[in-house]
Design a protein around this ligand. Structure first.
Ligand SMILES: [Zn+2]
Length: 1203
């Protein structure tokens, strides 16, 4: 396109000026006037020009004026501070004699000049790092000498000239010092260019010749040609934080900024796509937050990649505590999260806690390398220019094998290492912890201290926050091992079968975001693709030998087979990589697409998961997950999604039973979209999002697969017993609330409510809780009917419905029932189960026909046409329903026990309703969140709490779910933890959980963990005589509302605890002299009935307890007046004895059940009987909670005892 009309079309007021900036003659201006004397300058030999894209911007470390001012902003390229600026005359280009007036600006990185001070884009930029000399050349002129170009400027007067020279020299000197340091660090580098994200020639509208364009980090640089790029002398750069990229046509795209539109054209469509992608990536980077990076870079050594020495590394390994460059980060990822956990300083905002940042500041690259890189032979070290293979080899040796590390003297002696670790974590010596940990000390070793069983707990007790942080991130780290290289530790990188496949595929440019829109055929380009030697490569065409790009199969993490016609090409599939990229390929023939899929799958799936290859998967890949027996450590597993079934192979090759996603009890995302939790009846699976892109895809796919997919029965979300959840929810609700409602199922509810209820239930019945206040029984009843009436294929199926209707004509009752039984057996399992559940329900409804007026016949009139989807003129359909209800027991083979159970259940419900008919609501399940061992997202369990559930049963429920077997002397108990008070209370095994839940405030939660002191408490109780205890304790009273009582400090008091009272005495001495019991004349200062006390272990730190063995005691009398006070003992043993006595007195004897198994057997029975009695959800609002407290003030069990 001609340059002239471009300028016209740009039509911006300032376009003339801008265009003149980039006018062709400008390039003449800087033609090398002379090469500098090459031998003369001092340091340019050692440090050849550092080329532009990754400029060194680090000012001197010496505390000086300039250094300081730059220090603050060195990370923010956006705001490079101007050190000096002003008008200067620039010497004329060749062939001209007229000096040109230029606005010249110097910042820590560049000397640039502009047409005017208002301009954003320079005419020329000279990196400070390339300046070798600045000298005066007379006539108020001075010369800036770079490696092979000279720039001459003329100032208005000598003073100005001298000031320019001085400043430039100083900046260049500082840079020189910095460069020398870097050279030694990284063994840099000859004239090869710094890595750019993308570089090459592009046409820029307005220029005759192509420009050499470089995308690097958050900037795009323009050079006149490749040689200039090599030398570092550029035209200008574009800050991408203000950029916006838009494709224009097949080869062109615009980079728009508020100051100018840059219209580029590439040589090919593929090229264009790659440029667009690179620039978009650059914008993302520019917009990312650099606050964390700046803070971490504040430490000198963190400003260069710990591995290769590249400047401004903006990635990190958070467990190794090293700051690394983007290229090294890519290779780190390949090592796996067991070795290094890679995060971005700029983009992964949420991992950067204060502690972690501080850890990086205190620890960082120097400390890490003193250990990891203690013995690196120069021949093996890498530099910023090293290729990716070299990098990989080095990083494997460094971190996976630990080849260069500084061995700890205790290396090889596990016991000693562990002991030393336990000692180190209580100090601030992070280097020691690092050395121990990565020489084999176990982060989960047994400390031998029951109060602090892990090194983490020790660190916490010692207040070593940074140690804790370091340990936390290394919880799952594997220590380096030399033999690992040849072992199968990294399953997917070894012994992969070599698969070969090739052919043409359609391909779009790779993406960093999920595909949200359908891609039209024009967005695909035809590429020759080969899968060979573990690399999937794509070429411009089948004659090319240099690929446009390639994907190593061990980097593939996920493969997705899209439904046909998802995009403009008939069959498409997606490939996701470790580096969070997504490649979309397409083919016109589904059969060939399938072949490609199978070949790629075979090439990247580890043999341990081979069986997944046989599946017709929609999605296949590897993910980290926790589940089953290995909750401490996430493991890698292979997952395949087929329909609504998720197949899982664990890394040890064990195939687990597939998960039926439609039968999940819970499916939720936790931890800020990082963990997907799947709860099934028998197990819980936590899938972790290691990478964003493929994880997101999995989440959506699993959510979709777990929801109803159509309008037939088998496509619904199902209960464990194959009944659609929707049906189950409605039946359950009517059973709870509508059995006695007059005209139930006959009265029509509100049409609009029915419609919306059906809609939400169909969308995700798992999340719907029907509540009495919110949903009218008739609306729910109508919803159920509507569901059956609209059901695709009907409950009896189109195939079999005529046979059912026909059977009604049989006159012999016995023959008819026999026929029904046969027909029932012929139904698909889900239909059969649903029919049984429904008829069972209708059977119950007619039991109450005295109240609800719905006898069998009436129900049949309603349900016949509904279930058979007929108009109801013919009673045959009704006849079937009537027969099914009347012969319910025979047809469905219901035994006496089942019948009895149901009767009991109904009776219980009716009694419950009568008892609470005074207006309290009830509905929905009382679901409570309970943690295992500690409060963390991954340890969350959601438990339905029946009214009868005891702490012991709850404990077993949690342990069962995690398949933890309670061993002798493992005193697993349920604790109520009060975070605000920093105190906790082990529940007595026989305590009912539900009333406790109702009293829990928002700062409290339940956790199941081992009760470490139980054994000692039992020993103490067994050994002592009598059941009371007395002695000194330190006492502190909470200031009450009126400000009365002791307000500060702990005071010695004498206490006596007997079977009914706790008494406090001030007169210690006189008491001690008297042996047995106290004289009645001695009145206690205070006394409390023991049953009104709740005793918690722990006293909040804010109160400065004199010892760490304290109690927090809550007292509440019959009038609901409350008091709270604190006790501290002198020794741990003393605390244990007091606490044991409290427990014993309060619970009337045993602290621990003598026979465990009894409780286990009893639980399911109780569960089954009361399983359907629903209560207010715990997560309801506050007033709901309060109401329900009233309902449970009386033990609901008493209502049921007469059943
Ligand atoms: Zn690096």
């Amino acid at each position: 396109m001609a340059k002239e009309d471009t300028e016209l079309r740009m039509g911006r007021p300032r376009s003339v000026r801008f265009n003149s900036l980039f006018s062709e003659d400008e390039f003449g201006e800087d033609q090398p006037s002379a090469s500098p004397a090459s031998g003369g300058s001092s340091w340019s030999d050692r440090e050849p020009s550092l080329h532009l894209p990754v400029p060194d911007t680090f000012p001197g470390s010496s505390p000086g004026t300039l250094g300081d001012s730059m220090e603050d902003t060195s990370a923010t390229s956006l705001l490079s501070p101007t050190i000096r600026e002003g008008w200067l005359d620039k010497n004329p280009p060749q062939g001209s004699y007229i000096y040109q007036r230029r606005w010249v600006k110097l910042d820590p990185d560049y000397l640039r000049y502009f047409d005017s001070e208002k301009d954003t884009y320079s005419k020329r930029l000279i990196p400070v790092s390339s300046i070798s000399r600045v000298s005066s050349v007379g006539d108020q002129k001075f010369e800036v000498v770079t490696n092979n170009r000279n720039f001459v400027f003329r100032a208005e007067n000598d003073a100005d000239r001298n000031e320019w020279i001085r400043t430039l020299q100083q900046i260049a000197e500082e840079r020189k010092g910095k460069a020398a340091v870097r050279t030694s660090m990284s063994l840099a580098t000859d004239s090869a260019t710094e890595p750019a994200d993308k570089s090459g020639f592009l046409e820029l509208r307005g220029f005759k010749h192509k420009l050499f364009v470089v995308v690097a980090g958050d900037k795009v640089f323009l050079y006149k040609n490749a040689e200039d790029y090599r030398l570092g002398i550029g035209i200008t750069y574009i800050e991408m934080n203000v950029g916006n990229v838009k494709e224009v046509d097949r080869r062109s795209f615009d980079l728009t900024t508020p100051y100018r539109i840059f219209s580029f054209s590439a040589d090919s469509e593929q090229e264009k796509e790659e440029w667009v992608e690179a620039m978009q990536q650059s914008i993302t980077e520019a917009l990312s937050n650099s606050e964390v990076a700046e803070r971490i870079w504040a430490v000198e050594s963190n400003r260069f990649c710990a591995d290769c020495g590249s400047p401004k590394p903006d990635w990190a390994s958070i467990n190794l505590c090293v700051v690394i460059c983007k290229r090294c980060a890519g290779e780190h990822r390949g090592l796996g999260p067991g070795i290094t956990k890679v995060r971005s300083l700029k983009m992964d905002r949420k991992v950067w806690t204060e502690e972690l940042i501080e850890l990086f500041q205190r620890f960082g690259n120097i400390m890490a390398n003193q250990f990891w890189a203690a013995n690196v032979p120069p021949s093996e070290a890498i530099s910023p220019t090293s290729g990716s293979q070299e990098r990989r080899r080095f990083l494997i040796a460094k971190y996976r094998e630990g080849k260069y590390r500084h061995y700890h003297p205790l290396f090889g002696n596990q016991e000693e290492l562990d002991r030393a670790l336990c000692a180190a974590v209580t100090t601030s010596d992070l280097a020691e912890t690092q050395a121990l940990l990565f020489c084999g000390a176990s982060v989960t070793c047994d400390t031998g201290d029951p109060q602090c069983p892990t090194p983490l707990a020790l660190a916490e007790r010692s207040g070593q926050r940074l140690q804790m942080e370091f340990l936390l991130h290394n919880k799952t780290s594997e220590p380096p091992r030399l033999e690992m290289v040849c072992s199968e530790e990294k399953p997917y990188s070894v012994h992969l079968p070599s698969i070969t496949h090739n052919g043409f595929l359609y391909k779009t440019p790779s993406m960093v975001k999920p595909i949200s829109e359908r891609k039209g055929p024009e967005e695909f380009s035809r590429r020759w693709c080969t899968l060979q030697d573990g690399v999937l490569s794509y070429y411009e065409n089948d004659r090319n030998t240099v690929p446009n790009g390639e994907i190593r199969v061990e980097e593939i993490v996920c493969l997705v087979n899209n439904p046909l016609h998802a995009h403009g090409i008939e069959s498409t599939f997606e490939v996701y990589t470790e580096a969070d990229r997504l490649y979309l390929f397409g083919l016109e023939s589904p059969a060939s697409a399938r072949e490609w899929l199978k070949s790629i799958a075979k090439s990247f799936v580890h043999p341990c998961a081979e069986e997944l290859l046989a599946l017709d998967f929609e999605r296949l890949g590897r993910l980290h997950y926790k589940g089953g027996l290995t909750l401490e450590r996430a493991q890698e597993g292979w997952f395949a999604l087929v329909g609504s079934t998720l197949h899982v192979c664990s890394e040890d090759g064990r195939r687990q039973e597939p998960l039926q996603l439609r039968k999940l009890q819970e499916l939720s995302i936790q931890g800020d979209h990082e963990v997907l939790v799947l709860v099934e009846r028998r197990r819980t699976l936590y899938i972790q999002g290691e990478r964003k892109l493929d994880f997101l895809g999995w989440v959506h796919a699993i959510q979709k697969a777990a929801s109803s997919s159509g309008d037939t029965l088998s496509e619904q979300q199902l209960t464990e017993s194959d009944v659609p959840l929707l049906v189950d929810r409605c039946i359950d609700y009517i059973t709870q609330c509508g059995l006695t409602s007059e005209g139930i199922y006959r009265k029509s509810g509100q049409n609009s409510k029915t419609t919306s209820l059906l809609e939400v239930l169909q969308r995700d019945a798992r999340c719907v809780r029907l509540k009495e206040g919110e949903h009218h029984v008739d609306d729910v009843a109508n919803t159920l009917k509507r569901f059956f009436r609209d059901l695709g294929d009907g409950l009896f199926t189109r195939r079999w419905a005529p046979n059912w209707l026909w059977a009604t004509a049989l006159e012999d009752e016995g023959a008819k029932v026999g026929e029904y039984r046969q027909l029932l057996a012929a139904l698909p399992p889900v239909n059969r189960a649903t029919l049984k559940a429904l008829i069972n329900h209708l059977f119950r409804v007619q039991c109450f026909s005295g109240e609800n007026q719905m006898n069998t016949h009436n129900l049949a009139i309603v349900f016949g046409p509904t279930l058979f989807q007929t108009d109801g003129k013919d009673y045959k359909a009704g006849r079937v329903v009537e027969d099914l209800i009347s012969h319910y027991v025979e047809i469905f083979n219901v035994n006496d026990q089942e019948m009895k159970k149901q009767q009991d259940e109904i009776t219980a419900i009716m009694k419950m309703r009568e008892a609470s008919s005074s207006g309290t609501q009830q509905a929905g399940d009382f679901i409570c969140t309970v943690y295992l061992e500690e409060k963390k997202t991954e340890t969350e369990q959601h438990v339905k709490i029946p009214a009868t559930m005891t702490a012991e049963e709850l404990t077993f429920e949690i342990l069962d779910r995690r398949k933890i077997v309670m061993k002798e002397k493992d005193y697993w108990s349920c604790f109520e933890v009060n975070e605000r008070e920093e105190a906790e209370r082990p529940l007595h095994y026989s305590e009912k959980v539900l009333p406790i839940l109702h009293c829990l405030g928002t700062e409290s939660y339940l956790v199941v963990k081992k009760q470490m002191s139980m054994e000692n408490m039992l020993l103490y109780l067994a050994s002592r005589v009598g059941d009371c205890k007395h002695g000194m304790m330190k006492f502190r009273e909470e200031r009450n509302l009126l400000g009365l009582g002791l307000s500060t400090g702990f005071h010695d008091r004498y206490f006596i605890l007997n079977h009914s009272w706790l008494r406090l005495y001030k007169e210690v001495r006189s008491l001690r002299q008297r042996s047995p019991p106290l004289e009645s004349s001695h009145k206690p200062e205070k006394e409390w009935p023991v049953r009104n006390l709740k005793v918690y272990l722990g006293v909040k730190k804010k109160l400065r307890p004199p010892t760490c063995w304290g109690f927090t005691v809550f007292y509440e009398n019959e009038k609901h007046e409350k008091q709270q006070w604190y006790l501290c003992c002198d020794t741990q043993a003393d605390l244990r004895e007091w606490f044991a006595t409290f427990l014993q007195v309060q619970n009337g004897g045993a602290l621990w059940p003598s026979e465990r198994p009894r409780a286990r057997v009893a639980r399911p029975l109780q569960d089954a009987r009361l399983g359907n009695i629903s209560l207010i959800p715990l997560r309801g609002n506050e007033s709901e909670m309060r109401n329900s407290v009233a309902a449970f003030a009386t033990d609901p069990l008493t209502l049921l005892r007469n059943v």
